[in-house]
Design a protein around this ligand. Sequence first.
Ligand code: ADP
Ligand code: MG
Length: 269
Amino acid sequence: MTIFAIANQKGGVGKTTTAVSLAGLAAERGGRQLLVDLDPQGSLTSYLRCDPERSEGGAYGQFCAAAEGKPADVAGAIVSTAAGLDLLPAHPALATLERRFGTRPGMGRVLAGLLAAVRDDYAHVWIDCPPTLGLLMINALAVCEQLVIPVQTEFLALKGLERMLASLAMVERSRGAPVPHRIVPTLFDRRTRASLDALDALHFQHRSRMTAEPIPVDTRFRAASEAGVPLSQLEPASRGAYGYRCLLADLLGEPSPPAPVRAEEALPA
Ligand code: ADP
Ligand code: MG
């Protein structure tokens, strides 16, 4: 089992989309995939047609049990979704964990303990983080083997990246080891100066950490979220699905797959 965390302290940069897309594509290759929703907003949970308000026993209940020294039952708290992906759902009360348990010793390793119980059940785990540095994100950064940092290709998002990297450096000091991480430019629109400039700036500052292909803006992501499935299930040959195919290959240490020939591009001009 390999554990990936998807994190950035900025909202709306494509974290949840990245988590669903990567899990969907990894599932196509075979092997069970577990998505963990640590965002109290529960976007990933809602995306997969699960109601966060009714998911008290999910990530929230498991954290509480572990924090209070009661037996946790992660396997029992995981739901299988219509998209074929397993989910440990979020509940809004996740936002209260910090206040209730934030100062207890060992709280940064709760998720590590929970995931150890399902280690043999999954090929990959994808943790969708909240956009704040707190107990939940710390748990994800402490347990992940690879961190994926989606960064929207616009000027303000680059500032957010610096903040995220500073938080990562802090966690690395307490882990006593570096956390391998990849910076993924998202919502890239090659027709706009802002996107091109932001991509240039990212390459200039973080070349060795960058993935080869930015994730393009693709309106079909919205249709996929409305359908409650990863884009690759809805539109396998879409630009967006290809972007995430390249990202998954990158994370697994493989070369980028060949680009699909899309019908509209194959037509004579
Ligand atoms: P985050 O989890 O970082 O808050 P989301 O993944 O929820 O971000 O994405 C924010 C919004 O942008 C969603 O409506 C999502 O459908 C849309 N979105 C994400 N990535 C893309 C993309 N590559 N192209 C078009 N829309 C996207
Ligand atoms: Mg999100």
